[in-house]
Design a protein. Structure first.
Length: 114
């Protein structure tokens, strides 16, 4: 049950990021594109940097998600559309380059990767 909850939370975070890319038309080749997506669409709930608590008490910091080492497991969910059953999490679906950019950013949040 705990693993399913963690997977749902990770999927929700990625969905938010993916929706951000789709809605903003962000340039996927922009070096800081993954972070900009996170800032625009995820930071209102999740801590997206190296320190700090998430503004939404149930939203895990990105560094905690990255530290678990399962970031690549989110690729398929991001492509097919992530849907989490609560009002705070919108549904997302990203394009392949957007997924790659976001996952690259998320992986870089793991402790010790800086």
């Amino acid at each position: 049950m705990r693993r399913l909850r963690e997977m749902a939370i990770r999927a929700g975070i990625l969905l938010i990021l993916l929706a951000t890319v789709v809605q903003s038309g962000a340039n996927a080749q922009e070096p800081a594109g993954g972070r900009k997506l996170a800032e625009k669409h995820c930071a209102r709930c999740h801590a997206i940097g190296e320190i700090g608590l998430s503004p939404h008490r149930t939203a895990p910091p990105f560094r905690a998600i990255a530290a678990k080492g399962h970031v690549d497991d989110l690729q398929e969910a991001l492509a097919e559309g992530i849907m989490v059953g609560h009002a705070d999490m919108p549904e997302f679906q990203f394009q392949p380059q957007q997924i790659a950019d976001f996952l690259t950013y998320l992986k870089g949040q793991a402790p010790g990767d800086h």
